[in-house]
Design a protein around this ligand. Sequence first.
Ligand SMILES: Cc1cc2nc3c(=O)[nH]c(=O)nc-3n(C[C@H](O)[C@H](O)[C@H](O)COP(=O)(O)O)c2cc1C
Length: 382
Amino acid sequence: MRLQDCHNFNDFRLLAKKRLPSPVFNYIDGAADDEKTYERNTASFDDVDLIPNVLRGVADVDLSVEIFGQKIDMPLYCSPTALQRLFHFDGERAVARAATKFGTMFGVSALATVSVEEISEISSGPKMFQFYFHKDRGLNDSCMERAKAAGFDVLALTVDTITGGNRERDLRTGFTSPPKFTLESVLSYMLKPAWAINYLTKEKFSLPHLDKYVAEGTNTATSIGSYFSTMLDQNMNWNDAETLCSKWGGHFALKGIMSVDDAKKAVDIGCTGIIVSNHGGRQLDGSRAPFDQLEEIVDAVGDKLDVICEGGIQRGSHVLKALSVGAKACAGGRLYLNALAAAGQPGVERALSLLRTEIERDMKLMGYTKISELGPHNLRRR
Ligand SMILES: Cc1cc2nc3c(=O)[nH]c(=O)nc-3n(C[C@H](O)[C@H](O)[C@H](O)COP(=O)(O)O)c2cc1C
């Protein structure tokens, strides 16, 4: 199987599985507990159907939308995800370049392996910095100041990782960051020699936003669960979020909002957007899918801030359904991460290109030329 053979999400997933050592693949592919929420995130899109109109002259379709005061050329952007250089040696550089080429936004994680300064040199496009609220306030100030100085357009505070989700696949494979080559795990790395050679011979792994502040340095192998549980401030509350929002002074979003109450509070503290998300099913298993919860949230706050629907998106039609409910745009992680692991920048470009083509084709088949024409009128629940 080669990149040219990848035509959809599952093809990229299979190629990623072939290329990555099992602990790394399962870190991307896995979720919390029984992974019920993870499954539902995608399955929820199947409970509604699109109703097309015909004979409407659809030769020229405009896929652009405006979010956080920025125009993006397609209504789907790359969610911030951690540790990308473990998936491919180009890591965030590959994703930043691909997102820029497609005129869409790139979210850079606080746990990125390439610095905000370097990303802003690579990418002139719209950029989001994903912020974790650490106990160490010096680290928080440093992250915010660096993202601001690097010209990032949006700060997204992740609010659904107050403690680590129970990712049983990571427990089984012993996944840590950076990878720990123990006797048990070394075999899974040896089985993928191309990955291992790249990992060992290319630039040394680091977490440039954290490394000056983490006492042990970021070379100490740690699980993501223990990072959330030990380094993040579990007392984070609405006052903290409000303070961060005003300190940032620009477009500010809460990432991981699922209740109407919280969506309304986000408006009250001055957020300009919310990302309706359950962290790709990686945190609270048994929680609702973003698409299932979207309508309630859009009805409550959709005219007051930008509502983004994130999680489980694998098809252009999923994006059309979320936009029809009232999301301003969609975002996804695994939809580009598998492609990054499969083939680096060309992989991410192919994934974004296929999704853009699907969105455009589906818009034409729906009889629409502008995203703003989509609405609840063209959806029916089964
Ligand atoms: C491998 C991986 C790493 C992630 N790292 C982060 C992160 O560092 N910060 C964050 O806010 N969300 C992180 N997420 C969650 C994504 O931003 C996003 O919410 C999720 O991937 C959406 O679900 P999807 O993968 O089904 O599209 C991560 C997700 C994955 C799959």
